[in-house]
Design a protein around this ligand. Sequence first.
Ligand SMILES: [Zn+2]
Length: 166
Amino acid sequence: MALSAKDVRRRRGDAAAVAATHGSAPGGASPRRRRRRVVAAVAVALLVAAALAASRLAAPRGQGRWAVVHDGDGNTLALDLAEDQERRVETSLGYNVVVVEGGTVRVSDADCRGHDCVGQGRISEVGERVVCLPHRLWIEVCESPEGSGGPAGASAAAGGLDAVGG
Ligand SMILES: [Zn+2]
């Protein structure tokens, strides 16, 4: 038992000595390989960390995303998800209170029956939607204030809504 432990120690010492004195000797290959493996592991860890950091930088709190509200009267209202805000959208069918908060959007209150739109909670990813069927109102998350394939005059329509609401 004691002998074998000594053997291992001696062998390790020999390998280290070989590696130190003759770098390219065949006996010194195993510590080198181990070192390469460690370098590879560190490189992978760094890459993963960098990828995580990049993905976080790419999407800070809803920047570059818009909540586009299409109401029952055919108007469109674009809300910047990077900006916390609350809008009461009033149409001939009723009202919905749309809240933008921390890069997400939701309906916080409405006078529709069932309050399904309120129950649908927050959305924040491009393509997600909240729908209020009784009010024929829907909100979508888009990369532009124009909405997904909607008319280009979305911001003009939003201005019109503001004028009516004010
Ligand atoms: Zn509703």
